[in-house]
Write a protein that binds this ligand. Structure first.
Ligand code: SF4
Length: 328
């Protein structure tokens, strides 16, 4: 099993030993392991690396504090740790794009997370075990948006593959020619190096425990993943997130209100018949209850049915009483 640790250290040394690299830190457990591996590679091969975190403006407060603490810790070791702030917040992007972010329109990822990393070797904690999408579209090295020249160069090379999403991935580093191609192309095409690509969950957790790696406290609250609050890719988990962080829910609704005003200004058709930020929010959360549909709980309290649970009702000072107009 510890071969995986050794491999990860060797990948970093083989690809970044000469030029150095930037470790991408999302604030999640994989990033914490990656930083630990980079430290080991520094000890063994004197790897030169810095750390970078993209603040998304929709991170959980726990993640924000954890990242700041990590920054202090690594800077005390003499390792540069940059927190990058986007030009526009999620709330401004919603208004600018005139639509909420959705599974098919993830403009926020490119504007909040993926704008950096050109011309440098960006190392990520991406693992195939995380999702089928990653299994298909990520390799030990990934060029997410390769130039035509790179596609040509790797076309008939068995060590490389073109992915469904138009990226180019490298399967392994055994071949010196393949490594040279990566070396040659990283200044012109964005390159992601993924030393943990083959780590499964079981090994990752075992390793965290064995090495006593400090991770985001949200994992101690039962969360298996940390990420943007309200991410359209998070499915039903969003209900629990908005219950825990009601201010974020209010901020999304406010942004949707502003978005509707902007849509009207631009003369965009209102196909969804949105009339308020709240209605957009319900659509966005795929809440299939009819507007105004009432529900009665086991104590006889009546309230508007809203998703799986009526969040407003639960968090309200009125909980346990009959609802009042100000609640809706
Ligand atoms: S909300 Fe989801 S889709 Fe948007 S930036 Fe965050 S992770 Fe990417």
């Amino acid at each position: 099993m510890e071969r995986l640790e050794e491999n990860a250290i060797e990948i970093l040394n083989l690809l970044c030993g000469n030029s150095g690299c930037v470790i991408s830190d999302s604030g999640g457990k994989d990033s914490s392991v990656l930083k630990h591996i980079a430290l080991k590679c520094k000890e063994k091969y004197n790897l030169n690396f810095s750390i970078q975190h993209n603040h998304t403006t929709v991170d959980a407060p726990e993640t924000v504090y954890f990242v700041r603490e990590e920054k202090r810790k690594y800077e005390a070791m003499g390792i540069a740790f940059n927190i990058l702030y986007p030009q526009k917040t999620m709330w401004q992007l919603i208004v600018q794009h005139c639509t909420p972010p959705t599974r098919l329109m993830r403009y926020c990822c490119s504007d909040l997370k993926e704008y950096s990393g050109h011309g440098e070797k960006l190392v990520t904690g991406v693992r195939k075990a995380e999702s089928r999408n990653r299994e298909k579209n990520q390799g030990v090295v990934t060029f997410p948006r390769p130039k035509k020249e790179l596609k040509e160069k790797t076309k008939n090379n068995e060590n490389f593959a073109l992915t469904d999403k138009g990226g180019v991935i490298l399967f392994n580093l055994d071949n010196a020619d393949s490594r040279r191609i990566v070396e040659h192309c990283y200044r012109t095409s964005k390159v992601l190096i993924n030393p943990l690509i083959d780590w499964d969950d079981e090994f990752l957790w075992w390793y965290i425990k064995k090495e006593n790696i400090c991770i985001n406290p949200l994992y101690g609250c039962g969360q298996t993943r940390v990420g943007c609050i309200g991410c359209p890719m998070a499915g039903d988990r969003r209900w629990a997130e908005f219950e825990k962080y009601p201010k974020y829910r209010a901020a999304y609704i406010k942004a949707f209100e502003k978005m509707l005003i902007e849509r009207e200004k631009r003369g965009l058709e209102n196909k969804m018949k949105w009339t308020s930020g709240e209605k957009v929010f319900k659509w966005w959360m795929q809440d299939t209850n009819c507007d105004g549909q009432m529900r009665m709980d086991e104590y006889g309290n009546i309230f508007e049915e809203y998703g799986e649970e009526d969040v407003r009702f639960k968090n309200s000072r009125h909980a346990g009483n009959m609802p009042t107009a100000e609640m809706f």
